[in-house]
Design a protein around this ligand. Structure first.
Ligand SMILES: [Zn+2]
Length: 293
């Protein structure tokens, strides 16, 4: 365990078999906090997914999520920190009570990739403390602000070098962590888009160090929409691709691009690891099942 704690790379955990993920970044010096910076991605633990209208499609998980509530997840994260603290006390710092924030102090931030209810799930998100910072794509951020629940909701901007780089994202994120969105100009609804999660392994915010990136694209993205990654400043090296295997069509429109597209994206980005997502079976009710291909 002590050896693993020295790795600067994050730990990725699949939380619900669908497309809810946890990324745990080791704090570089963790001067005042717990050992990991915990980023929760597209949490959907409870409730239903509604496509377009509730009379058209309602979906729920066919497989019980490993984590069934925000409170469950926060308790798991607290257990991890306590175990580390007990076994590796020279390396670990437990979170002082004075630093505790809200009712889920071990969940540091939320990332939302799409505005759809299987990614931006109000039922699950409302379980979070109001102080939990939310980073969301523009349409999702607009929806979340309408709830008047969270104090900090920031848009994830489209990645368009040379005007931006991932490091000029903003607090409350640590300076060695940033997000950027990749879209295709021909995809009006941007369902086929990606969020890049970039992190600087040197954790040096003063120097423009090259970054590694996790490319998260639960519905898939065309490979030619990713060419701008090579123009990033500081440079970005894609390490992990998170992209589904199954092709899904609704009313003739392709919603999930599937494995063949995933291969093209992996070759284009050179990502060393490919992890599947959004391939789980769900229970559909109302009329949508008649339109699925
Ligand atoms: Zn989805």
């Amino acid at each position: 365990m002590e050896k693993n704690l020295h790795s600067p790379r994050p730990i990725l955990t699949h939380l619900n078999g669908d497309t809810s993920w946890l990324l745990q970044f080791p704090w570089p010096q963790h001067p005042l906090s717990h050992t990991y910076y915990n980023l929760l991605i597209d949490p959907w633990f409870k409730g239903v997914q509604i496509d377009y209208f509730s009379w058209f499609s309602r979906q729920r998980h066919a497989v019980r999520p490993a984590v069934e509530s925000i409170e469950d997840l926060n308790n798991y994260l607290a257990d991890i920190e306590n175990i580390i603290h007990e076994r590796c006390s020279p390396l670990a710092h437990s979170r002082p009570d004075a630093m505790a924030k809200g009712k889920n102090p071990y969940i540091d931030a939320i990332l939302i990739s799409h505005e759809f209810t299987d990614h931006c799930n109000e039922h699950t998100l409302r379980e979070l403390d109001v102080s939990t910072p939310i980073f969301a794509t523009k349409a999702a951020a607009t929806i979340i602000r309408r709830w008047h629940h969270f104090t900090t909701v920031q848009d994830i901007s489209n990645f368009a070098p040379p005007d931006r780089d991932w490091t000029d994202f903003s607090p409350p994120l640590p300076k060695w962590l940033g997000f950027a969105r990749l879209v295709s100009s021909l995809d009006i609804g941007h369902i086929h888009s990606a969020v890049m999660i970039c992190y600087n392994l040197q954790h040096d915010s003063e120097v423009k160090q090259p970054a590694e990136a996790i490319i998260y694209t639960p519905h898939g993205i065309k490979a030619d929409s990713l060419s701008q990654i090579s123009q990033a400043t500081p440079s970005i090296r894609p390490l992990v691709l998170i992209h589904g295997l199954h092709e899904v069509f609704i009313c003739g429109q392709q919603v999930n691009l599937g494995a063949v597209n995933g291969l093209e994206v992996q070759r284009s980005t050179g990502a060393k690891y490919w992890i599947t997502t959004h391939d789980v079976r769900k229970i559909l009710t109302h009329i949508l099942p008649n339109f699925l291909a």
